[in-house]
Design a protein around this ligand. Structure first.
Ligand code: AGP
Length: 607
């Protein structure tokens, strides 16, 4: 998944392109480059490595222009290298691209037979050659001809030195947003890149070509029909996408969680009627009764939220729930019909595997509810129902506030359905409302003790392996804690159902294997105590996450992370925060790139 930017207007665009790319670097940072048109020539600077290396090159060999495109790359075809860095230039055409051209090899062979000379191993260079092939045609027609033969996903920006008064944008499956300024237009793969310049945006749809000129914007479909698209106002400010004094975006986003959860919960609570309401999701009693099964499909952290949602929905609504990975779902020929609700959870709304599940569910007639954090993203525009998490922009590659707001939404969803189905009564709702309103304050309480978790980093930061154990609804929290640690500290970490430890993982336990145990005072608490003893009797070190009255766990553990008391499945959110902080401080201790961990990207828009 890469980041694309573009600009056309009356200002010099180089600094604007670089600044916009900086806000997209979380999408990939294997290489970066920009191209402009000046006095009938294409000027280009590009290199392997992060943006700051490109900035150094541009400082020593400046370029200028008031129309330009830029790219920050997450390599899919062709290793990170200067030659494979975008933009790719052929003749008077410059191209940047996010996505995968699935038939690029056959196209490349055909072009080579026609005499084309390739200088990279990327699929993107094929696009530049295809457009350049039609150099006799006006740019818009050349692009239309070229994209006819492309298969796969692509968001493309195109410049031509022959037509310097325009910038073309093409979207099929990979996201692309147009920013509307004052006699200027911008392009970006994601909203944070546009925020300092404009909040008026148009999210391009699949199958659209946009022709951006200083004096106007035209959007057409791939058949050339002009489309009317109304701009919308982004509800974010630039500062929301900045670090606001924190060391990393991830740290800021961990500490923003009480506010993010409050922003997600409050607008949905109807205090007068003691019920829940959603802006873009409502079912009649008959429709709700018609749902015999719920499928939840997601990837990574969002999948873990789905696993928590299963416990909530089955416990509160009594509807069977199956949770699946986006990358598996469409290949298992899932047994789905119109009496099922398919819930797709995605922070970005652009994850290819999750969007593929949407297509599969649509094909089989399921009703589709999206739970998403990014306004106007593909998921939000293609599902039947929608519930936004109001987490604000999540820039850190490791998902934190998206996860806790997703759990909040799944809880609200469970109450909403439970009320309609008569499984929850008004008195019980009083208790639920109380917990929902207390939650952000309890989260604040945990964050106030973050320094105690920071102090553990030197002791555990050199471990090579971690095991995270949890039971029931806390098993997904163990999985999420392990994912956080491994993806930002590069320590191998495994989340496991605590009851399964004796069936294998116990062989790993020794003094070098820290074990994080989630020990809520619930019905399986005695079993968790037994697991703690099993680990200790093999010299394992225990970090227990527990409530104040879990005295046995507190005494047995080597280190303890205390969680305020709460009698609700929302307590899973409280158990999550110390695990996020532990992963964050260990990663900082190990000096890894917390916001842009190696090999990762914020939103995986390829399969
Ligand atoms: C989580 O920290 C990772 N960044 C990753 O697992 C992520 O959750 C996954 O790629 C799904 O992304 P989405 O929520 O945007 O669909």
């Amino acid at each position: 998944m890469c980041g694309i930017v573009g600009y056309i207007g009356n200002k010099d665009c180089v600094d604007i392109l670089l600044d916009s790319l900086k806000r997209l670097e979380y999408r990939g940072y294997d290489s970066a480059g920009i191209a402009t048109v000046k006095e009938g020539k294409i000027l280009c600077r590009r290199c392997q490595g992060k943006l700051k290396k490109l900035e150094t090159i541009i400082k020593s060999e400046p370029i200028a222009g008031n129309v330009g495109i830029g790219h920050t790359r997450w390599a899919t075809h062709g290793v990170p290298s200067d030659e494979n860095a975008h933009p790719h230039i052929v003749g008077n055409i410059a191209v940047v691209h996010n996505g995968i051209i699935e038939n690029y090899l056959s196209l490349k062979r055909g072009l080579e037979r026609e005499g084309a000379r390739f200088t990279s191993n990327t699929d993107t260079e094929v696009i530049a050659h295809l457009i350049a092939k039609y150099k006799e045609l006006p740019l818009e027609m050349a692009v239309s001809e070229a994209i006819k033969v492309l298969r796969g996903s692509f968001a493309i920006a195109v410049l031509s030195s022959k037509e310097p008064d325009k910038l073309l944008a093409i979207r099929k499956e990979s996201p692309l947003i147009i920013g509307l300024g004052d006699s200027e237009y911008l392009l970006a793969s994601d909203a944070p890149a546009l925020l300092p310049y404009t909040k008026r945006v148009i999210f391009m749809n699949d199958g659209e070509i946009a022709i951006l000129k200083r004096d106007g914007l035209l959007i057409k479909d791939f058949d050339g029909n002009v489309l009317k698209r109304e701009p919308m106002e982004l509800p974010w400010t630039p500062s929301m996408a900045e670090k606001a004094g924190y060391k990393h975006f991830m740290q800021k986003e961990i500490f923003e969680q009480p506010q993010a959860v409050a922003n997600t919960i409050r607008p949905r609570l109807d205090f007068k009627k003691r019920c829940i309401h959603f802006e873009y999701f409502n079912l009649s009693k008959r429709q709700a009764e018609g749902i015999h099964k719920i499928w939840i499909v997601a990837c990574g952290t969002s999948f873990h939220a789905g696993l928590v949602g299963k416990y909530m929905i089955e416990r509160i609504c009594g509807i069977p729930v199956e949770v699946d990975l986006g990358s598996e779902f469409r290949y298992r020929n899932p047994i789905i019909d119109k009496n099922m609700l398919l819930i797709l959870i995605s922070q970005s709304g652009e994850t290819a595997d999750t969007l593929a599940a949407l297509k599969e569910g649509r094909k089989k007639g399921a009703k589709i509810l999206g739970i998403c954090n990014v306004l106007g993203s593909t998921l939000t525009r293609e599902c039947d129902f929608l519930i936004y998490t109001h987490a604000g922009p999540e820039i850190g590659v490791a998902s934190t506030k998206a996860f806790t707001t997703q759990i909040s939404v799944l809880y609200l969803f469970s109450l909403y359905m439970g009320l309609i189905l008569g499984k929850v009564n008004k008195e019980e709702m009083d208790g639920h409302f109380k917990n929902l309103l207390r939650l952000p304050h309890l989260m604040e309480e945990i964050l106030r003790d973050a320094h105690k978790i920071e102090a553990l980093a030197p002791e555990y930061g050199r471990a090579q392996n971690f095991l995270y154990l949890g039971r029931g609804i806390y098993h997904p929290i163990a999985l999420e804690g392990a994912l956080k640690l491994k993806e930002i500290s590069y320590i191998h970490a495994e989340g496991y159902p605590a009851g399964e430890m004796k069936h294998g993982p116990i062989a790993l336990i020794d003094e070098d294997m820290p074990v994080v145990v989630l020990a809520p005072r619930e019905k399986t608490y005695p079993k968790i105590l037994a697991n703690i003893e099993e680990v200790k009797s093999r010299q394992g070190r225990i970090i227990a996450v527990a409530e104040p009255d879990c005295t046995e766990a507190i005494e047995a553990a080597d280190d303890i992370l205390i969680i305020p008391k709460m009698d609700s499945p929302l307590k899973t959110i409280l158990f999550t925060i110390p695990l996020q902080l532990l992963a964050y401080y260990i990663a900082v201790y190990r000096g890894t790139d917390v916001d842009q961990p190696r090999n990762l990207a914020k939103s995986v828009t390829v399969e």
